[in-house]
Design a protein around this ligand. Structure first.
Ligand code: ADP
Ligand code: MG
Length: 403
């Protein structure tokens, strides 16, 4: 959606300064795609881009919520309004805010009216979780302003309920856990079955490259979306996993992870279910293998190549078995994996798929140059505009130039 290039300051919008400011980062998932709603493992990290929520509370009797977002479509009013207790889905961005105030009231929190200003440099619908960054930042702002007792995990669970129940996006727990708990430079190794987690350092020998393919997706029912991609596909994949689990007599595909005797029964599933299960199981294995590598103090060249191999296999699996890639994304991944600055093959689609971004591992110090080459070649090959999101261009104060 086309949004405003700038946002008026909080006092300009609402006549007084904010009392609370909170932020949350976007996230990039390194491995573990479409495993969260199958109760498997994931491995995200934070990106530098963040969403910020500024907030001012009204008196308790004032029931009006006023919200302004720099990412709102141009034809939206500068400030949108609704009344607490009258939250109604609109299938637009405001649902993310309405869902938060509705769920908190249902949890027994006495909310006063609010003024909210949202700004963000997390790209929307790009596989980097702008929706969870917004939700986590908003819960954090409300937690701070109202002294609510909410842990990061409790906030993540509330975010998922807002997306599932109010927005209508059947997303898993990965995104809000990642936006709530990830730190740059470290990966979050999360078991989505019991939400146990640990951080693992990212090796200093590599730096992350994240490039947006220029193709936007939506997992919600957001009427603002201008994408051509079918919104339903994420739901279709979820449904296929549930169907496969039911046919195999288990409540989630995670139950099959340790059961290698299930191979023959999985292979006998009707198409395309066998391939879907193959992706989920192999992707879970890849997360565990990657974590074992990252937990070594120093990664040898052989280890880095093994990590790259996991990225490459993950992309193949997403493209062939899970079928969530697109021809243009496959081109972007192939160009990335063969760039001299990238560890050979270390590139994959990240996020829910059907558009969005790719993540690659560059040799340290080579990330920006590699990303620039890849973006230019991709644009040439496909005509889609690529955007380099990570690494962010460093500004050289001496020359005033970017690398
Ligand atoms: P992703 O989370 O991967 O970016 P989603 O489709 O899950 O993609 O969420 C994108 C939607 O979230 C947007 O279309 C918009 O409705 C909402 N959203 C995200 N960030 C903002 C923001 N800063 N301001 C307003 N709405 C936002
Ligand atoms: Mg999202």
């Amino acid at each position: 959606m086309r949004s405003r290039p700038w946002a008026p300051a909080f006092p300009t919008l609402f006549g007084a300064p904010p009392s609370t400011v909170a932020t949350a980062p976007g996230r990039v998932n390194l491995l573990g795609e479409h495993t969260d709603y199958n109760l498997g493992w994931v491995l995200p990290t934070a990106i530098p881009q963040r969403t910020q929520v500024e907030l001012r509370l009204h008196s308790p009797e004032q029931r009006r919520v006023r919200v302004s977002s720099s990412a709102a479509p141009l034809d939206d009013p500068q400030v949108s309004e609704y009344r607490l207790g009258h939250e109604t889905p609109t299938h637009r961005w405001l649902d993310y805010v309405q869902g938060v105030t509705q769920i908190l009231q249902r949890e027994g929190v006495a909310l006063p009216g609010l003024d909210l200003r949202i700004t963000s440099d997390v790209p929307l619908g790009s596989g980097l979780s702008s929706s969870a960054a917004l939700l986590v930042a908003l819960f954090r702002a409300l937690k701070q302003a109202l002294a609510l007792s909410l842990s990061d995990v409790a906030i993540a669970r509330l975010c998922q309920r807002v997306e599932n129940d109010f927005v209508g996006a059947p997303v898993g727990i990965l995104d809000p856990m990642a936006c709530g708990l990830c730190q740059p430079g470290q990966a979050l190794f999360l078991d989505t079955r019991d939400l146990s987690y640990q951080t693992v350092p990212l090796p200093s020998a590599v730096e992350l490259v994240v490039i947006h393919s220029g193709i936007v997706h939506s997992h919600g029912r957001d009427a603002n979306h201008t994408t051509d991609e079918p919104v339903a596909d994420y739901r279709v994949r979820r449904g296929e996993c549930e169907q496969a689990a039911a046919l195999l007599g288990c409540t989630s595909l995670r139950q099959l992870q340790e059961d290698r005797t299930a191979d023959a029964r999985i292979a006998a599933l009707p198409a395309p279910l066998a391939a879907r299960v193959r992706h989920v199981r192999s992707e879970n294995d890849r997360v565990l293998q990657a974590v074992a590598l990252l937990q070594k103090n120093t990664l040898s060249d052989e280890d880095l190549h093994a990590l790259a191999g996991l990225f490459a296999a993950s992309h193949r699996s997403q493209s062939e078995d899970y079928q969530v890639s697109l021809p243009a994304i496959d081109v972007l991944v192939a160009l990335s994996g063969s760039d001299p600055g990238i560890v050979p093959g270390a590139a994959r689609l990240t996020g829910g798929g059907f558009g969005g971004s790719i993540v690659a591992l560059a040799r340290s110090g080579h990330g920006f140059a590699a990303a620039a080459r890849i973006a230019a070649a991709y644009q040439n090959a496909t005509g889609h505009p690529a955007t380099i999101l990570v690494p962010q261009a460093a500004f050289d104060p001496k020359t005033g130039e970017q690398p």
